[in-house]
Design a protein around this ligand. Structure first.
Ligand code: BGC
Length: 743
């Protein structure tokens, strides 16, 4: 080859390489910093030391780049999508020259969201509220591990799940995303969940900090209650979860607390989260929940999502002008980097991608669902059903021929095959009800191969009753769909389903109701039916779990993580606060996404969320917190309390003929000086027991759970005096009690 030809070839080759580099989207950095011998890749250093070493090398622009996202991306049709984004809810580009990978954030409350965008698959887990109904910390860790594993498989390195707002308003459209009404149960469950996520080298998150306890007016309302009650309720849940998981992120909420937006709230972020809870990770804003630059940054916000309107160019200007000290920006960046090192997302960068294992996901999801389903009623021992003796089973309603329902909004997981059914007119795409292909009809037919099992859609109550009357058993599936962005006006089942249940129950004396719901419902037909199962939104293994429980292959063991009220009139707020403001906006034809004018929500019930309210007010719930039946019975005895070791010991016995699991619960009523007219959940354990088996259970009493939050001291105080300790199977069934003496 002549030299001029060679030059031409080399030139052409270089051009081709250049063109390729210009047009092929660059993949996330494949070369971890270790390969470049970067000093911060020394794993014997602590995450904080490693973060500081990186920080020393960073320019101002690089620091600014790390503290915000790059826009709405795939969430908003038409918005630009950065080439390297993994198509999740958020994207913050890394610093290639320093070996710091991009942060790809994905919503993942009940499984990875938006998998369908790239024809990926994600496991739908039972709703987090269902997870809380297991009261099982190991199940919570498994739940998080499934999410973390699948995020990683799909190229994400941060979860933005971990909903932990307290259910003080059961009509909240996001109740299904949260872990119930008790701060100790919810904080422990969500803490273990976030720990599970992080076990997969994915950054975990908990949200929405704080008191985003209703959707009505969520962008503008100010939550008000005194600091003691806030500390003993919503904030305690976060304190517990942070202690368990040390999550990378805490997402600040849309709403205001004490008048200030959560994402620029000095009390919430600086004083409580960072000082009192010693939170080492970073505070990221909910999507578009940042409202300022100087105030937000000074008051504790570390990362704006999804855009850069406040923490991009305006932040750079504020640093350059000295309005915000450089040290504060360094603290923000340090928090992000140390969290990346601590979770392992720098040492184990998210590559290569793998096909999510749907079989493993299904198994895990089903196992959790089987622990989460709560048996609420079993009159005449109709359940479990006997496949051998039943000749016919009628299945009615709720698309039970097709699948199971999930919750809507940013926590929705994409269903294989789509399956949007019955959307309410005017519903936005992300708020539509989705049925997962997991058919109760199919699995119930498998359980009873010799019986006639047929389905009626239940749309016409009279026709359904007529259909049901000749069958041995009628199983009515009812549902209540919940979605982010709006609350439900009432706890009454929608679409005339109460009339359906009544009609079927009148036609068939062996009627069982299976509820798929995101929160509590009222049951005006309760005494007319023989059996009731609360299955929450049970996830992709839901139909299998439901049929295993109906036929007794699994003995139900879930317990309620929320109180079922008989009527809205018994709730602390018979009407959702702000309903008048919402109604006015509707009458003015304001679209749903337009924020309501500001208003205060006075949470006058304070720390008395859920059962504490019902106890203090002496109101009888439909089903109490902690309640759940089994196909066997348990007895309790021999309660002892050790004042010195501060622990309780008691015996639980499976007094029936079937193996089962009981969840004994320990409650404490504080000394009179505390001024509390209710008891608190302070300990519990999930105890599997063979038929006839007894176990001695010893549980420690955590002093914080027994303490009051002293506003003046800004700390917990354990009062001396007599504490009544109650033990039993629910908050209203406590056969054992004794006294704990605190000096
Ligand atoms: C929700 C968050 C979610 C974010 C991103 C917001 O509407 O409140 O929970 O993580 O959107 O999708």
């Amino acid at each position: 080859m002549r030299s001029s030809q060679l030059v031409r070839h080399v030139f052409a080759l270089c051009l081709a390489v250049l063109l390729l580099l210009a047009f092929v989207p660059v993949a996330a950095p494949q070369t971890p910093g270790a390969a470049q011998n970067l000093p911060w890749m020394n794993k014997s250093l602590s995450p904080d030391q490693r973060a500081d070493l990186v920080l020393e090398q960073m320019t101002l622009d690089e620091k600014i780049q790390l503290v915000h996202g790059t826009g709405w991306g795939v969430l908003r049709p038409g918005a630009p999508v950065p080439a390297r984004s993994n198509l999740g809810a958020g994207f913050t580009p890394g610093i290639d020259r320093l070996g710091i990978p991009d942060i790809n954030l994905a919503d993942s409350a009940a499984g990875v969201r938006m998998a369908a965008l790239q024809s990926r698959y994600a496991t739908l887990l039972p709703s987090p509220l269902g997870l809380a109904a297991t009261w099982d910390l190991q199940a919570a860790q498994l739940y998080g591990a499934v999410i973390g594993r699948e995020l990683r498989d799909q190229g994400f390195n941060m979860s933005i799940g971990g909903g932990l707002d307290l259910v003080r308003e059961p009509r909240n459209g996001r109740t299904w995303e949260y872990a119930g009404e008790d701060p100790v149960l919810a904080g422990s469950i969500v803490g273990m969940l976030a720990k599970g996520v992080q076990s997969q080298h994915v950054m975990g998150d908990i949200k929405h900090y704080a008191v985003n306890d209703q959707e009505t007016g969520r962008n503008t309302l100010s939550a008000e209650m005194n600091k003691r009650e806030l500390g003993e309720s919503d904030l305690l849940a976060f304190e517990i979860a942070i202690g368990i998981a040390e999550p990378a992120g805490v997402m600040c909420a849309y709403n205001r607390v004490y008048g200030d937006y959560s994402c620029e709230n000095d009390y919430l972020l600086n004083e409580v989260l960072k000082k009192d809870f010693a939170f080492k990770g970073f505070v990221l804003s909910d999507w578009d929940a940042t409202h300022s630059t100087v105030k937000a940054v000074k008051n504790g916000l570390d990362m704006e999502q999804p855009g850069d309107g406040f923490l991009g160019a305006p932040l750079k200007k504020a640093i350059e002008s000295g309005e915000i000290p450089q040290a504060r920006l360094d603290d923000m960046v340090h928090r992000i980097l140390r969290s990346m090192f601590a979770a392992g997302v720098i040492d184990q960068q998210v590559m290569p991608r793998r096909v999510t294992d749907p079989f493993r996901g299904l198994e895990d999801s089903q196992q959790i669902a089987e622990e989460s389903i709560v048996l609420l009623r079993n009159a005449d021992g109709l359940l479990p059903l006997s496949a051998a003796s039943l000749k016919s089973i009628a299945l009615i309603g709720s698309h039970a021929d097709i699948g199971i329902l999930s919750g809507g909004g940013s926590a929705q997981v994409d269903a294989p095959g789509g399956n949007v059914i019955d959307p309410k007119p005017g519903s936005a795409e992300w708020q539509k009800p989705v049925w997962f292909p997991c058919s109760p009809l199919k699995y119930i037919r498998k359980k009873a191969p010799n019986a006639k099992v047929e389905y009626n859609d239940g749309k016409d109550a009279a026709a359904a009753a007529n259909f049901a009357k000749s069958y041995d058993v009628a199983i009515v599936f009812v549902n209540q769909f919940l979605t982010e962005g709006r609350d439900v006006e009432t706890l009454t089942l929608p679409d005339n389903q109460d009339a359906l249940v009544r009609a079927v129950a009148a036609a068939n004396p062996h009627t069982i109701v299976v509820i798929e719901s995101g929160t509590t419902i009222t049951m005006p037909w309760l005494r007319d039916v023989k059996g009731v199962l609360a299955t929450w939104y049970p996830g992709i293994g839901g139909a299998q779990a439901i049929s295993n429980i109906l036929f007794g292959d699994i003995n139900p063991s879930g317990k309620l993580p929320i109180t079922f009220a008989k009527t809205e009139a018994d709730l602390p707020h018979p009407q959702i606060p702000g309903t008048d403001v919402l109604q006015k906006a509707r009458s003015e034809h304001k679209p749903e996404w337009v924020p309501l004018p500001p208003f205060d929500v006075n949470y006058t019930e304070g720390a008395k969320a859920g059962y504490k309210w019902f106890d203090a007010e002496n109101k009888q719930p439909l089903f109490p917190f902690g309640f759940g039946l089994s196909y066997t019975t348990f007895s309790y005895s021999d309660l002892k309390v050790d004042d010195k070791l501060r622990q309780v010991t008691f015996m639980v016995k499976n007094a029936g003929a079937r193996a089962g699991a009981e969840i004994p619960q320990v409650y404490a009523q504080l000394p009179t000086a505390a001024g509390e007219t209710y008891k608190r959940l302070v300990a519990w354990e999930r105890v599997p027991l063979a038929a006839g088996e007894s176990k001695t259970i010893t549980l420690p009493l955590n002093p914080v759970y027994l303490s009051i939050f002293d506003e003046k001291k800004d700390n917990w105080t354990l009062l001396s005096g007599e504490y009544k300790v109650l033990v039993g199977s629910s908050s209203r069934e406590t056969p054992l009690n004794t006294t704990l003496h605190v000096q």
